[in-house]
Design a protein around this ligand. Structure first.
Ligand code: PAF
Length: 279
């Protein structure tokens, strides 16, 4: 039975005896609205660690548009059911003033990895993510922390933050869970109208097509981008990029593993997805 805690001090108090008893702690940070992708994170954490802590916090500092923050689905009761069914031990679900009692004066920023892909379209977003994840690492002090590969840029930034700041945690990437038509699971999918939902798989189709071209021997990123471009007809494409998987810098000639990533808008819903491929 998962215990639900809203205060940092209470969570720390519960974790101390478990840590002293030598239990390993797995952290699954989320913003709630849990779906099959989150369930997979919880499942992997459950299999690999003794105490699973899930956090549910819609982090205001990572939203650069107030309407996105207001619109973000809040489904705590259903989320707690998912946590219980997934064998979570502790759920940390703070209110915003618990996490940010005052305007923060200290931020964690990884600018070099934030300037490509989603960065230009979401100014300040990754600074908010890195800061809240660092706070959660300080609060929970997990041995292992689980993040979905769907948010590849977030994952790269957190890995780099952990490396640069010597945070004693192992970051565990977990594969993207997809709908049968390829659409990556996301809390935002619930905003799609039936028509938008039908179109939404265009992004994963383009990623798979691009991957196949690399596997068939195509080495030019430009040729690949041009080949998949017609798939996006009638869809608002924010970017479709082929980048180095660690530095996230654009690659023109594919000579090693690359991350192919894209973002599209369907109405007022923004979807992202990515795939990694090695020639
Ligand atoms: O991926 C998310 O849901 C969020 O960005 C995270 C990591 C929970 C930080 O708020």
């Amino acid at each position: 039975m998962a215990e639900v805690v809203a205060e940092i001090a209470a969570l720390r108090k519960l974790l101390v005896p478990r840590r002293i008893a030598g239990k390993t702690i797995g952290l699954v940070p989320t913003m709630g609205a849990l779906h099959a992708g989150h369930r997979r994170l919880l499942e992997v954490a459950r299999a690999e660690t003794d105490i699973v802590v899930a956090t549910i916090f819609v982090n205001p500092t990572q939203f650069n548009r107030a309407e996105d923050l207001d619109r973000y689905p809040r489904t705590l009761d259903q989320d707690l059911d998912v946590c219980r069914a997934s064998g979570v031990d502790l759920v940390f679900a703070p209110i915003p003033t618990e996490m940010y009692p005052e305007e923060p004066r200290t931020w964690v920023d990884v600018p070099a990895l934030s300037e490509h892909l989603c960065g230009p379209g979401r100014p300040g977003h990754f600074r908010g993510v890195a800061t809240v994840v660092m706070k959660l690492f300080q609060i929970v002090q997990p041995d292992r922390a689980y993040f979905g590969e769907k948010d590849a840029q977030q994952l790269a930034i957190i890995r780099r933050m952990v490396k640069d700041l010597d945070v004693p945690v192992t970051v565990v990437p977990v594969a993207t869970v997809r709908e049968p038509d390829g659409l990556a699971m996301s809390s935002r999918n619930r905003h799609l109208t039936p028509e938008e939902r039908q179109r939404a798989s265009v992004l994963s189709q383009a990623l798979f097509a691009a991957r196949d071209l690399v596997l068939q021997g195509e080495r030019s990123a430009e040729v690949i981008r041009n080949s998949v471009a017609p798939l996006f007809d009638g869809v608002q494409l924010e970017y479709f990029s082929i980048v180095d998987p660690d530095a996230l810098t654009p690659v023109e000639r594919i000579d090693g593993p690359v991350l192919i990533a894209g973002a599209i808008w369907l109405g007022s819903t923004r979807l992202i997805d990515n795939i990694t491929v090695a020639p």
